[in-house]
Design a protein around this ligand. Structure first.
Ligand SMILES: Cc1cc2nc3c(=O)[nH]c(=O)nc-3n(C[C@H](O)[C@H](O)[C@H](O)COP(=O)(O)OP(=O)(O)OC[C@H]3O[C@@H](n4cnc5c(N)ncnc54)[C@H](O)[C@@H]3O)c2cc1C
Length: 450
């Protein structure tokens, strides 16, 4: 007899929402195993590990769209996905997310959509519920308390090393200190930071994987007033573009009105990202411009490629490089003096003024400059000398596990959900994937005495 009915590896949005859904059935023995710390013990410097996962100290933007934050549309029809997104949103509301929604003023949105189309861009309209980094923690605290009250077991600072499989069926997990926990079902939700581990485990137990794209680009920072014509209406505007020179897929990503640019630490290197707070405001707005590349045969190491470029930026800049757009276009580096005199003041103060053209391949630089030109036709002022570019921003989504629409892997009763499985890239879709896996387990255990 197994110790648990279900073991969930990882307490990010995917793991937490799987637990919430499973805990609706009384008597089901559920254990969450989390490598990082419990919420009160988490340090804000530790972005990726611990209760709440990478979402805990994130900007907490709930993107309520089937087109944003993941690839779940590849596993179900749009109506079903939208229903699941609404369901997850209702749970976030129940646990204290603010009622206000942005991006739903269709009349104003259509105006931006038309301006974008004239410039050769596509606006992806979607509603956003903005928690803000500070409020995100409160929501996570309440979910944690509810799960505890419903009898869900939790183990922190416990890292899963192996998945125990016998006869093509999962039997449990083994932790790095050698303890084995038996379980009938296992949901793997280790997030982006755990995707490397998941890839290794997948290889060991013979799960097939496919390569996802790698997204490389810069974080752009401009005065908040430049983007107000769109951020006042929809908080975050997502524009997509096919570049003229290379026909690459270029997009804006993670727009933070009145936000700050932050350094994102990975093992051995750092990249750039952005936040905004619900109360504390800066004078700037930041967002990323990312170029997506799916490598083809024989190359299949997009993570290594992204790391290499991030490392190059770190090597030249000792960390993050910042450059004024005007300097990039004039083929010169930004100096501390040019940054000091710049009208846009950097919110990431320890970035090194430098030259991104030594770091980012010509193809990406060309795409980024083209994108800034076309964006300027929708929100004039973006393509200015004073616009700040921070490099590099890299989004790793390397491998995607081969899974069923239920999120079950090729091993019976072993499920994989969230960013780690390569099927999502945002809080809402990660949460949805957890719910999907949990519902399948509930279906299979339905009517069974527990
Ligand atoms: C700075 C930042 C800002 C972001 N802002 C937003 C935003 O505004 N909106 C949005 O939609 N998304 C945002 N994201 C992305 C979002 O946080 C992720 O998409 C989401 O957290 C993915 O959820 P997940 O459950 O799949 O994984 P994660 O949240 O990464 O959680 C995975 C958990 O698994 C644990 N784990 C990993 N390996 C193991 C192991 N072997 N054993 C035990 N535990 C393990 C980790 O410690 C972690 O806690 C942001 C991300 C970052 C880093």
């Amino acid at each position: 007899m197994a110790d648990y009915d279900v073991i969930i590896v990882g307490s990010g949005p995917a793991g937490i929402f799987a637990a919430l859904e499973l805990s609706r059935k009384k008597g089901l023995k559920v254990l969450i195993v989390e490598k990082g710390a419990d919420l009160p013990d988490r340090s804000r410097k530790d972005l990726f590990f611990g209760w709440g996962g990478a979402g805990a100290f994130s900007d907490g933007k709930l993107n309520l769209s089937a087109e944003v934050g993941g690839f779940l549309i590849d596993y179900m029809d749009e109506v079903s996905l939208k229903e699941l997104i609404d369901y997850v949103d209702s749970l976030y509301l129940e646990f204290g997310a603010p009622k206000e929604l942005k991006g739903i003023d269709m009349k104003e949105t259509v105006r931006v959509e038309e301006a974008a189309a004239r410039a050769g861009l596509r606006l992806v309209p979607f509603a956003i519920r903005h928690l803000g980094t500070d409020r995100c923690v409160g929501v996570l605290e309440r979910i944690r308390a509810a799960l505890e009250a419903r009898g869900v077991h939790m183990r922190f600072r416990t890292e899963v090393r192996d998945i125990v499989v016998e006869g093509g069926r999962v039997r449990g997990v083994r932790t790095t200190d050698g303890a084995v926990f038996g379980s009938e079902f296992v949901i793997l939700a280790p997030g982006r930071a755990g995707s490397h581990w998941l890839e290794t485990v997948a290889g060991e137990i013979g799960l097939a994987t496919a390569t996802n794209p790698v997204d490389i680009g810069v974080r752009v920072e401009v005065p908040a007033s430049v983007l107000r014509p769109v951020t006042d209406i929809m908080h975050e505007a997502k524009f997509t573009y096919n570049s003229r020179r290379f026909d690459d897929s270029v997009r804006t990503f993670c727009m933070n009105p009145y936000g700050v640019v932050v350094k994102e630490r990975h093992e051995g290197f750092c990249t750039v990202n952005g936040h905004s707070f619900s109360v504390r405001k800066s004078e700037n707005t930041n967002f990323a411009i990312l170029v997506s590349t799916t490598f083809t045969e024989p190359f299949h190491q997009p993570i290594a490629y992204g790391r290499y470029i991030a490392n190059l930026a770190n090597l030249l800049g000792g960390g993050i490089i910042v450059q004024r757009l005007g300097d990039l276009l004039h083929g010169r580096r930004s100096t501390p003096d040019r940054i000091r005199r710049n009208t846009v003041k950097p919110t990431l103060t320890d970035a090194t003024p430098g030259d991104l053209s030594f770091v980012i391949p010509y193809r990406y630089i060309t795409d980024i400059i083209e994108m800034l030109c076309v964006l300027d036709r929708v929100t004039p002022g973006i393509n200015a000398t004073s616009t700040l570019l921070y490099g590099v921003e890299v989004k790793f989504y390397s491998m995607r596990l081969r899974i069923e629409p239920t999120m079950e892997t090729e091993v019976a009763n072993l499920f994989a959900a969230g960013d780690g499985a390569g099927v999502t890239r945002g809080i809402v879709q990660a949460s949805v994937s957890g719910v999907v896996a949990a519902r399948e387990i509930l279906r299979r255990t339905h009517g069974r005495a527990t």
